[in-house]
Design a protein around this ligand. Sequence first.
Ligand code: NAD
Length: 770
Amino acid sequence: MRIQSVGVVGAGTMGSGIAALAASAGVPVVLLDIPGENGSDQPARRGLERALKARPAAFMSPQREALVRTGTIDRDLELLAGCDLVIEAIIEKPEPKRQLYERLTEVLDDDAIVATNTSGIPIHELAEGRTEGFRQRFLGMHFFNPPRYLHLLELIPTDDTSPEVMRAVERFSERILGKGIVVARDVPGFVANRLGVHGMALALRAMETHDLTIGEVDALTGPLIGRPKSAIFRTADITGLDVLSHVAKGLGEATGEDFSLPGWVAKLVAEGKLGEKSGTGFYQKEGKEIRTLDWKTGEYAVTAPTLPDEATALARQPLPARLRSVLALPGKYGAFMREVMLGSFHYVLEHAADLAYDLTSVDQALEWGYGWEMGPFRQMDAIGLDAVRAAFAERGLDEPRLLREAGDRFIARDEDGTERTLAVTGGQRISVSRQASHVTAADLRAGGNVVEETRDAALLDMGDGVLLFESRSKMNTLGQGVVQQLAKALDTVERGDYAGLVIGNDDTRAFSAGADLMMVAGAAQQGDWAGLERSIRGFQEMSMRLRQSPFPVVAAPFGLTLGGGCEFSLHCDRVQAHAELYMGLVEVGVGLIPGGGGTKELLFRFMKDLEPYEEADPFEAVKRAFQLIATAVTSTSALDARERGFLRREDRISMSRDLLLADAKRRVLDLATDYVAPAPMTVMALGKQAMGNLEYALWAFREAGQASEHDVRIGHHVAYVLAGGDAAPRIVTEQDILDLEREAFLTLLGVRETQDRIAHMLKTGKPLRN
Ligand code: NAD
C-alpha cells in the first residue's frame, strides 16, 4: 500500500496548511470545500490563496501550488476517486463529518484511506455506522497548526484500523511529509493537548494561589525550564483564549477531571480579548509597545521583563541542573513551580498508559507539539527519580505505578547505546522500534562510537564505513578549532578503511551560523594580517579539500546554513538537505564577501550550468551569482535553495529532520562504490565588460537610495572577483578566483565600516546598515 496522492476536504486553517505541506512534498492534492456563490469553488480557492500568502510561508515553494487542484464537495467529489488518502479537516462537529464519510464511500476506491483531523471528537464515534471495510481504513491524523512547522503529527488508530493501513500512513507521514509521528490512543485530547492543556490550566490556577503576575509566570515557565520563549501566556495568546477555553472545557467534560480556568480568563473571552487575533489577550500590543494584563485589575501596563533574581542566577546552568534548582527555589516562586511541575509529573504518570503506547511517545508529543526541550519522563530522569518520589511524598501525593516500576530511570541505555524505555504496562523495558531508523550524533556517542572528540568537534562512526563529523561550537560556528578537527577527520577517512564522510549535527536550529566572527574581529583588531591571511587560505583549502578528497563527502545541512557553513556545503560532493533549509552567503551583512570559496563556487557553478547552451550569455551566470551574494539572499526552504542554485539537481532533500543523517549516510555509500574526485574546472572570466555592467547596477542602486557607500564598495569587490578582474576576458582556474576572493576579503576587513558591521553583529546579532 503506497500513498501517492492526497485529497483534503475542508480548506480552512488546517486543510489549506495540510494541502500546502503535501504539495510542497511533491504530492498531488485535491482540495475541496463547500460550494461558494453559484456553486463556484471560491471557498477552496480562498483557502489555497490563504496558504500562498501565509507568513511564515505554508508552501516551501510557490511553484508547488500547481500540484493543488481545487473544487467543491457538490460538484467535484469524483476527483477524490483517484486519491489514496483523504484527510477530512472540516468543521469540528460530528454530524457533518459523518455525512461527509457517507458520501465518500460512494466515490472512493476500495482501498483508499480516510483520516480525520479532529482535535476533540473520539475517532471511533466518527466511524460509527460505517462498514467494516471503511472502519479498517479509517483513523485520526491530528496535525498541529501550522502543519508545515509543527513537527508533531498524532496518528490515532481505532480498534478496527488495520495494521497495514497504519504502516502506510506512518511511512507516508514520516518519510514524505516529514512529520514526527506519535501514535496516540483514542482518548480525549490524545497525548499532546491532554497533557499540554492540563499543565496550562494547572499553572493558571496555581498563579492565583501563589499570587504571581503574568510576567512572572512567563519568566518562570519559558526557557528556564526548557520550554519556548512564549512560555504559558504568550502561547495562549497565539492559540487564542477562546480556543484554549473551549478545549479546556471539552476536556473537563469528557474526562471529569479538573481543567477549570480562572474566572478572569472567561471574562477576557466574553469581552472579545482573545489574544493575538484580536490584538488583546493576556498581552496587548500597541505599536511597538507590549503591555501585560494585571489579572487582578484587568488593566494593561508596560512592565519590565521579570525573571526573579533567584531564577536569573540559574539561567546559565544546563537544563537538568536548572530543573532541580527551580524545584528548590525559595518563597512563592518555588511554591508555584513545585505545584505546577510536580502536579504535571504526577498527572502524566497516572495517565501515560491511557494516552500512549510507550513513554517515548509521551515525551515526543510535548517536545514536538509544544516545543519542550525535554518531555516529562526525560525531565524526571534528569531531576532524579528519588528526588521526584521525595517531593511527591512531601506534598502528600502517592507514588504512581509507573514511578514504582521505573527504579532509578524511565529511559536507560544499553551498552550499545540503544534506548530502553519502561513499558507503559507490565514493568519490562522495551526499545521503541521507530527510532531504529533515526540516527543522531547523541545516540552514536552514547553507543561508544566515538573515533575522536574535542571540545570543538567529534568524529563518530555511523557504521558501514561511514564517519560523521559533528561540530560542537555554539550555533556550530566555524572557528580554527572546528576547521582543524575537520582536516583531521578527512585525514582519518583517507588513511583508514572508510567509505566516506557525512558532515552534520543534532542541533535544532543551525547546521552552521558561519565563520567564527569573534575570532576574525579579534585578529583584525590586533592587526594580525598574516594570521588572517593564513586562516582565510586555510578555509579555502578546506573547501577545496572537501571537493577533492578521494572519497565522497556529503553535507547534511538544515536550518541556518550561513556563510562558511554554506561554503563548505557547496563544496561537498553532494548535499542531503533537510526541507527546512535557510541557506545563504550573507557575508555582505558584516561588510565582507564570501571568502572561503563561496564566491568562486557560485561563479563556476552557474557558468557550467550555461555551457550546454551555445546561445546563452555568460554574463547571466555572473549576474546570478552577484545577486545572491550582493543582496545576501537566504533560501526559505530547500526547494527554494534549489531554485536559487545553492543546491544542484543531484542534491537531495529529506523531508524529515529525524532521518536526515541516515539519508546522508546512504548517499555516501551510494557514491562510494565507484567514487572518483571531480576534475578541476576552468571558466572564461568576462573581465572588464562584466565589471562595467555590475558597476552600473551598483550606481543605480546608490542613486535610488537602496545602497550605502559601503554597500557599493563591497559590491565592487564582489563584481571584481566574479569578473575575474577588470582586464580582458581570460580563462581562469578555481585557484585564480580564490586568490581574488581572499584579497577582497582581507581588503574589506581592513575598512572601518566593515569592522563596525562585525562589531554590531557580535553585539546585537543584527546587521548594521552603514
Ligand atoms: P476552519 O473553520 O478554519 O476550516 C473549516 C473549513 O471546512 C472551512 O473552510 C469550511 O468552509 C469547511 N467546511 C465546513 N463544513 C464543510 C463540509 N461539510 N464539507 C466541506 N467543507 C466544509 O477550521 P480548522 O481550524 O481548519 O479546523 C478543521 C478541523 O481541524 C477541525 O476538526 C478542527 O478540530 C481540527 N484541528 C484544528 C486545529 C487548529 O489549530 N485550528 C488543529 C488541529 C486540528
